[in-house]
Design a protein around this ligand. Sequence first.
Ligand code: F6P
Length: 532
Amino acid sequence: MKTKKVPEQYTDRKLSARYPTDLGSWQALKKHYRESMQRKTLRELFARDKQRPQHFSMQAGDLLLDYSKTHVNKTTLKLLTRLAREASVPQAIDAMFAGDAINATEGRSVLHVALRSKISDTVALETEGVRDVWKVLTDIENFVDAVHANTIRGHTGKKLTHIVNIGIGGSDLGPVMAAQALRPYWSAGIHFHSVSNIDGTQLTDLKAELDPASTLFVVCSKTFTTIETMTNANAARQWVAQVLGEGAVSSHFVAASTNHEAMDEFGIAPNKRFGFWDWVGGRYSLWSAVGLSLALVIGMQNFRRLLAGGRMLDQHFRLAPMGENLPVQLALLGVWYNNFFGAATQAILPYDNRLARFPAYLQQLQMESSGKSVRMDGKPVRCDTGMVIWGESGNNAQHSFYQLLHQGTRLIPADFLLSAKTSGGTQVQHKLAIDNGLAQAEALMDGFDEKGTSPYRVHKGNNPSNTILFEQLTPEVLGQLIALYEHKVFVEGVVWGINSFDQFGVELGKKLAGGINKSTNPSTRFLLDKVR
Ligand code: F6P
């Protein structure tokens, strides 16, 4: 096994000298913002250059990014690209693909890219576990095919037609988001459900709806100790045992985890345990055995298409120069609005209801990764890091929070996600959705302020947005979209000097919950007394 190497640019000595705010490019960007961009409107930028969409757009794989409606010109791009180089982004990308321990606070490699690679890509092949990736995929494939062929069936002989993913965080959001996004690819007669919250209501509702004899629970947990998941898994196990008998448990439960002992203890049959590795972060785990419930629903061929989409973006990210690199560009635009324009939040607006959970998925991906205030070297950051990410599918959002985007006081950059072809509605309906998305992006940019317009009706405009355009929401495209944002988050973290791959911030609340009855906090005591 290869000894994990902490890349040199991440060592304390190097990092302390690399506050992004100290970099020449950062200082130049500050000046450029103050002198050229702060007061420039998007309308003015378009008036000066009608070819902005041609000059400020780029393509990778099946994704087209149009960022012409952002406050950038050629100088901005030059400086942002310089920032990426000065912040050692190219070296960080190499370090990730080489399997170096870039998750330095936990001493781990970060290799979700290996999960969707081909062996010929030689992604960190010497790192323990990487060479097992393809074997686990084959195991998953055999299992999925056997369930579909009805050669693996329920305890009473019934076909397993209802797949229930039990997990939380990355072990829930990925399968749930992707299962909804890829609804047209579901295998006939197979249905997807999920249980995540600890309060038990999701399982209660499912119990009323499902027959345990045709239900397969997929317990998904990297650690297999997460209280929400274990509580729900035990409740589901109890239900199956009560209705079908204890002997039925092994036929109705499979699991994805790195904790083989705990899967054993739970009663997961040896041929129904699908492993992965410590170098797969929870929020980056859809590509691993955590994708099992999704694979069961969309079939292995489509799951492999999702992986192929991720790989396509990986190859682009690994090889494209900084100035032509789509995830790098998206990250630099994020830094530009976050750190120079002071935008605190970003909206994600997919105009396809199948992507309704994509904003929630990106919330965990970006906020758990970038919600950090301490750098890799243990010192406080000197600039803002992760933005608040939020959003909703297009027209629902228009009738909810767009008012604030159009007439509120805050600068909120948005990502519009649009497809040329429908993923299931009629062409007429799809056209309406896309027309709405385009109209909103235009209105946010142009605003509305004709002579004599009442002040209440003025839209100030000048709200920036990216548009990510693709032909159709296929498994390959979804894979590319996820990988795009994964790499975007990584690049932002490298610029800020933080570790995007740990999540110590979620530990404290978990620890406190166990002993809350003994809390001496007056407010907690007051509320506990009321509740209990
Ligand atoms: O919420 C914190 C977290 O650790 C996430 O990062 C992770 O996706 C989730 O909990 C679930 O963890 P596990 O897969 O170990 O159950």
